[in-house]
Design a protein around this ligand. Structure first.
Ligand SMILES: [Fe+2]
Length: 233
């Protein structure tokens, strides 16, 4: 192929791309969709949760997985009334008639935005104040609570989340599949999340491979009880 033939072919390919776009086909990758929602910055350095959660896992989890939920949510709500709704309102509206794209990606965006904030460096330890009192009242001790929460996190089959939720003044430990959230209209047990743990393999596989229980155990060293306590008050 000589240069002019090459240019003709290259130009033809570009022209074909423009023409398919103008007919309504869309070849943009999901990550290039602009929309009302944006990826919140991680509130600490990628490596700040080492050794419990490794730097590379945090980079991929935040920059790729969470970004994917944000971009796909923007795509799913583009041109719909949801484009003008808050993320909380979208999540709370999710019922069995909601599209899987909105359910998974609104849940994914909410759950991860929440998750980054309830962990931190120099964290771990035990809750204090009103949350400590409520946990002791419901579970007898922090150790019993830890055991119950760990059970919810390790026994969730496949991908999902373990949650501590509050409904009025009552606390409950539950788990949800995929990116479902306890605030969704379709949730079996509804409540406001106080803390949560992502048990998708993408949250731990690089460091822990199939040993989810080891990841759950290590997570207790990075839960930020100051911020978790604020979710309760
Ligand atoms: Fe995740």
């Amino acid at each position: 192929m000589n240069r002019s033939e090459f240019m003709k072919l290259a130009f033809g390919a570009s022209a074909a791309l423009f023409s398919t776009r103008s007919f309504g086909f869309n070849f943009r990758p999901a990550s290039s969709y602009d929309g009302p929602f944006t990826l919140p910055p991680l509130p600490y350095a990628y490596g700040a949760l080492e050794p419990s959660i490794d730097k590379m896992t945090m980079e991929i989890h935040h920059d790729k997985h969470h970004q994917g939920y944000v971009s796909n949510l923007n795509k799913a709500i583009d041109g719909t009334p949801m484009a003008k709704m808050s993320l909380d309102d979208i999540v709370m509206s999710v019922d069995n008639k909601t599209s899987m794209a909105v359910r998974n990606n609104a849940g994914g965006h909410w759950n991860h935005s929440f998750f980054w904030k309830i962990m931190g460096p120099n964290a771990g330890g035990v809750p204090t104040g009103a949350l400590a009192t409520a946990i002791n009242k419901k579970y007898g001790s922090f150790d019993n609570f830890k055991e119950e929460f760990t059970k919810a996190a390790t026994t969730r089959f496949g991908s999902g989340w373990a949650w501590l939720i509050k409904d009025g003044n009552s606390l409950d430990i539950i788990s949800t599949p995929n990116q479902d959230n306890p605030m969704m209209a379709l949730a079996e047990k509804k409540g406001t999340p106080i803390m949560g743990l992502d048990v998708w393999e993408h949250a731990y596989y690089l460091k822990y491979q199939n040993k989810r229980a080891d990841y759950v155990k290590a997570a207790w060293d990075v839960f930020d009880w100051n911020n978790i306590g604020k979710n309760f008050s």
